[in-house]
Design a protein around this ligand. Structure first.
Ligand code: HEM
Length: 511
């Protein structure tokens, strides 16, 4: 009882950060009524100095996001292809933390921006954290990680004007035309999902599932929204960007608070290594999907989000997901984008959160014992006490045998030849054309696509616009020419573009 009374946190007694009770909390100490402030006022200095350091670097990409907690339950037995502990039996439940995001905008940017959406899941398994860091599109703009930093630069701000720049944006995409499949996704209404609850997520990359006998299969992962996949059109998305820039964030939080828990069904596409070598599509090329007609979806389980965070910064901003956080039974492949990602995330997190980022509660694995990692800033978890900080026979450590299957390194196909991999051929347009035809079967979607592209592309340099018409012409001749007509129309008559009407009026007022 006495100990409880002495604890200011339980009593909610206001103190400095050093625990000294403070009664003058809303006034600074001054020399007389109107005199200067005293240096001895530690309460004031403590408060200001902490405030001055409140910001940490935002994520270099995916800075704006929302998150929640939930659980994953296995509904179908996949132990024939995967030995990962979290899939070990039907009915097994694993706690998850999830972060959903846009990619290109800063931390305060609008949720309804045309952008892929990130969807990162941290599974707290008995054998470590497994992070499935995916997007709501099954493909990506590039297929070699060496292009990622320059690609992202072009989607963010111009280094001189510090504004978004349509020329940079399209210059990159049209000079790296392996992007076409993802560009088709992005500029369809799929590029502006209705909410985080109404979108799917995909691993994009091919991973390996390792079976108990050490054999492996190639897999792509899909989490399909049980709420349905719904989208916004350009007008709706543009309106929300100003009327409620936090639309998706608010929707997710309020739905969970109401008890309407969103869920996703987890499926895998499974390819035998022998079939993969003969497969039409390079399985290490993240710009390609595996057609469902050839590689069907196999159900695995269901993920439900059922709890909001108590503190956004502590739990969501400080969450650190990384494709390198894998568990026994799930391994990376030789996909060069994935290989680059295996390095980049944790590197970024050490910069963003510090070297001991895994000790932040939301990132803590259920059971981690890594006593050779010592010290560093914010070593808050006891720092492994007096245990040896080197492998010592005096206090031996137990090692659990884990099967690691490296067979993919024996791959003999053309996938690993960088020159072949970077060359863009007609093959790169086949799936994009397929998607154009899919949009043709959905009412109004081809027309929306043309509006979505032209209302963005019109701001680009004429040479870049021309290259874009040629690129879309390789998807479908008519698409190329329709886009040219629509875009050049806006260029010549800005008043035809609704948003621009207002911008033109305001520009006139600045003169
Ligand atoms: C080589 C290519 C890529 C590189 C180098 C890269 C790098 C990064 C980095 C450095 C972050 C910030 C991490 C942090 O500070 O916590 C990040 C975030 C993210 N990336 Fe990538 N990325 C790449 C491609 C991709 C792809 C292909 C996907 C989806 C399949 C993806 C999905 C995400 C998601 C969802 C986040 C946000 C994670 C969160 O919510 O904390 N990235 N990426």
């Amino acid at each position: 009882m006495a100990a409880q009374a002495a604890n200011p946190i339980q009593q909610r007694v206001y103190t400095t950060s050093s625990g000294r009770p403070i009664s003058y909390a809303t006034a600074s100490q001054r020399l007389g009524n109107n005199g200067p402030i005293l240096l001895q006022d530690f309460h004031l200095i403590d408060l200001l100095a902490h405030f001055d350091r409140e910001r940490i670097p935002e994520r270099v990409v995916h800075a704006k996001g929302a998150g929640a907690y939930g659980e994953f339950e296995v509904t179908h037995d996949i132990t024939d292809i995967c030995s990962a502990d979290l899939f070990s039996e039907v009915g097994k439940k694993t706690k998850v933390a999830v972060r959903l995001s846009t990619v290109g905008g800063e931390k305060g940017s609008a949720d309804s921006a045309r952008d892929p959406r990130g969807f990162a899941i941290k599974f707290y398994t008995e054998e470590g954290n497994w992070d499935m860091v995916g997007n709501d599109t099954p493909v990506f703009f590039i297929r070699d990680g060496v292009k990622f930093p320059t690609f992202i630069h072009t989607q963010k701000r111009n280094p001189q004007t510090n504004t978004k720049d349509a020329t940079m944006f399209w210059d990159f995409l049209t000079s790296n035309q392996e992007s076409i499949h993802q560009v088709m996704q992005l500029f369809s209404d799929r590029g502006t999902p209705l909410s985080y609850r109404h979108m799917n997520t995909y691993s994009g990359h091919t991973f390996k599932f390792i079976a108990a006998d050490g054999s492996f299969k190639y897999v792509k992962m899909h989490f399909i929204s049980d709420q349905g996949n719904r989208t916004l059109n350009l007008e709706e998305a543009t309106h929300l960007a100003s009327a409620n820039p936090d639309w998706n964030t608010q929707d997710l939080f309020e739905a969970i608070a109401r008890g309407e828990y969103p869920s996703w069904t987890f499926y895998v596409q499974v390819l035998d290594p022998k079939d993969a070598e003969k497969f039409r599509w390079n399985i290490f090329d993240v710009t390609k999907v595996w057609p469902h007609s050839e590689v069907p979806l196999r159900p695995v389980g269901k993920m439900t989000l059922n709890r909001n965070c108590q503190n956004y910064f502590a739990e969501i901003e400080q969450m650190a997901v990384a494709p390198a956080h894998l568990v026994p039974g799930i391994e990376p492949t030789a996909d060069p984008m994935l290989q680059a990602r295996l390095f980049s995330y944790t590197d970024s997190q050490r910069h963003r959160l510090g070297v001991n980022y895994q000790q932040i509660p939301v990132n803590q694995p259920l059971h981690a014992y890594a006593p050779w990692q010592r010290d560093g800033q914010y070593a808050i978890n006891g720092n492994y006490g007096a245990d040896p900080n080197y492998p010592s026979p005096l206090k031996p450590i137990t090692y659990k045998p884990v099967d690691v299957n490296q067979q993919h390194e024996e791959w003999v196909g053309r996938a690993l030849n960088p020159q072949n991999f970077n060359e863009v051929t007609d093959e790169d347009f086949v799936q994009a054309t397929g998607l154009w035809h899919v949009l043709g079967r959905q009412e109004g979607q081809q027309a929306n696509f043309i509006t979505n592209v032209s209302s963005h592309l019109f701001g680009a340099d004429p040479r870049v616009r021309q290259r874009a018409y040629e690129m879309f012409g390789r998807v479908d001749k008519q698409l190329g020419s329709k886009l040219e007509v629509a875009t050049e129309h806006i260029v010549q008559d800005a008043s035809k573009n609704k948003t621009d009407e207002i911008v033109a009026r305001l520009t006139a007022r600045t003169k």
